[in-house]
Design a protein around this ligand. Sequence first.
Ligand SMILES: CC(C)(COP(=O)(O)OP(=O)(O)OC[C@H]1O[C@@H](n2cnc3c(N)ncnc32)[C@H](O)[C@@H]1OP(=O)(O)O)[C@@H](O)C(=O)NCCC(=O)NCCS
Length: 227
Amino acid sequence: MTLKEAKKRDLDKIMNCDPAAISRRQVKRTYTGYKALCIYRRAHRLWLKGHKSLALWLSWQAKKETGIDIHPAAQIGVGVFIDHGVGLVIGETAEIGDDVVLYQGVTLGGTGKETGKRHPTIERGVTVSAGASVLGPVRIGEESKIGAGSVVLKDVPPHSTVVGVPGRVVKQYGKRVELDQQLPDPILEELKRLNERIYNLEQSVGIRACRYSITLDEEPEYDGDRK
Ligand SMILES: CC(C)(COP(=O)(O)OP(=O)(O)OC[C@H]1O[C@@H](n2cnc3c(N)ncnc32)[C@H](O)[C@@H]1OP(=O)(O)O)[C@@H](O)C(=O)NCCC(=O)NCCS
């Protein structure tokens, strides 16, 4: 695909996705995300041809002008929309598919622990919301959404919504994923044990004071006299 065709696909995507976009001309002139992507595309070609210093210099220029830091070795598809974009970082071994949307403050970075492929792979149609970080050589499945402010450290299946720190899948194919809420609560367990002892003591002296309690799973059978 030529540079011109890639830029056209990027512009089409912006016009389709952004209700604030007035015209293609206005987008070309004022959208920093689009500008950073155009410079990245030139820098990437230079990188592939072995002109690495020039490529890095171009991407540094783009960073100064737009606040968007894309390593020229990163692989980015077409129809990509970087909205606002300031503070966005895309690492050297990141791979981004077609029709991906990235907002401001997104980091597609490394954890600092890996070498070689150490940045994420973002499949086609994914949205990474404002301020989200996707760290390490993880794969985000196609058409997934990463919620604003999330930190994703594991692979995400396709068509999922991930939110939180660390990121958890809360929806898949538009349906809520039931989270396992059965986490052990040591304080509640201790209260249950104490309540049981009180109940046994009460029973042995024939009184019954602790009848209702959130700490009792069910009311124990009582066979003494009520007072
Ligand atoms: C994740 C997001 C894309 C919505 O995806 P969705 O599939 O439509 O998911 P829903 O809105 O149905 O939310 C699903 C659950 O995640 C929660 N959730 C959504 N976004 C969240 C976030 N960023 N952080 C924490 N929880 C979030 C919702 O409250 C909901 O919880 P519930 O099931 O307990 O009610 C969206 O919430 C988001 O983060 N958008 C930000 C877009 C952005 O960056 N805009 C900047 C423009 S300048």
